[in-house]
Design a protein around this ligand. Sequence first.
Ligand SMILES: *[C@@H]1O[C@H](CO)[C@@H](O)[C@H](O)[C@H]1NC(C)=O
Ligand SMILES: *[C@@H]1O[C@H](CO)[C@@H](O)[C@H](O)[C@H]1NC(C)=O
Length: 454
Amino acid sequence: MRAVARLPPNRMAVSFYAVALLAATALGASISPSQVESSACGRVWVTVHSPTIRVTGASDLLDAIELNWDFNACSNVPTQIGLFDDRPLSWVSALAVYPVSSIEGHVVTNFSLGDVSLPAGWESGTGIRGPHCLWPWAGAGDSQILAHNCLKIQPTWMEDNAEKINRLRVGELAIPGTHNAGAWRFDTEISSVTRDSFVLCQDRSVWAQLVHGIRYFDFRIGYYDFYAKEEDRYWLNHNLIRVRPLVPLLREIRVFLDSTKEVVFLDAHHFPIGFYEQNGAPIRHVHEGLIRIVQNELGPHLALATQFSTGSGTRGPTVQSLVDADKRLLFSYVDNNIVLENSWLWPILPHLWANTNSPTELFAFLDRTIGTYPQPSARSPLYSAMAQTTPTVIDILFLRGSVRENADDVNRNVTARLTGKWRNQANIVSTDFFLGNDVIDVSIAISLERAGRL
Ligand SMILES: *[C@@H]1O[C@H](CO)[C@@H](O)[C@H](O)[C@H]1NC(C)=O
Ligand SMILES: *[C@@H]1O[C@H](CO)[C@@H](O)[C@H](O)[C@H]1NC(C)=O
């Protein structure tokens, strides 16, 4: 709080969080003592290291905590950063302290996140509104701690910021998303594997993703007719591999929508198995069965395109109109033939997909394309930057890398890009192992910033 109050009023390059907080204060909202992020300049944030760290002579280090900083906006760069297990008040309570030797950077600590449950009552149902911290905190400064932040959940970020954000159209929001959202842990007759190299893209349940603040889900759905009951036949896949049944995930989304005022974007983006004939023709009853299941499970929350679409080349309905109508689920469908017959579905949501295993090519592609979207004739008001690399068949055959390592190679740069180059344009940014980046908090800040310009 002291840090915020000390901000020079006319300095341009102040932390955008500080700006948002100042704006909130100006509007009469008080900054509560539960304020989770603060800095005099620049930012610090906490992420989770996605790859396993092998330690000689000891057991593997999973989910190592990372401390990140960007002090570009600081005239005096802090000299050290520490990991804390509570709000950092003095260096004495730090679990570990590391020197800061660059203006921006990160350190991978030797501390594991461990088995954590979601705070403030969100583990198994709706909890207390607002951001809440998990145990790890970062603090940076010199003799004093000048910046702090925690690893957090943002279960109600849209409602928390409704006064501003609700004025935005859905295509104007910055929306944190997950690629292959359902591929987070095997739940089949033969496997309950939680870590693998090439299939699992996430490590948090769909419920936990929602509670953390993810609002866009990229689903890949497979159909297996050997199950007796229709609702058991639909699965979340990664390509040809079955990961988990679909219906329980839809129910997690249902519970979340029932008990919050958040808007969720669901994208049936790929049907790798069971939805098409050999000749490419859609198998009607399989598509219809899926659409019926979505209507059964999520029906009362569906924002129908027939009611809310604002036409080609526009940015779609405002968040306010969705909240007022209490229709807060936009379901987009990748097959335009099916959309033509079910005009309430939202049309194909374009994915900016680089289809490369090279981080350099990925960022070159996204830098080039983000600025050209949404296209003037776009039928969907939304589009998603797919900010992950794609392993080649050769990578997989030779077990070269893993989704976790690939995510680690790009996630920090994704945070930096969204903060910088993509800041004014990005809509949905979808990542793998989202705890390895800061896309949620940066998206919230950017959405607030965009609303502030209206
Ligand atoms: C973590 O522990 C290893 C082995 O004890 C040590 O070499 C390394 O410097 C430590 N890393 C950090 C960031 O503390
Ligand atoms: C990612 O960021 C790091 C640190 O700024 C930089 O050295 C690296 O070149 C970036 N990678 C890509 C692919 O842009």
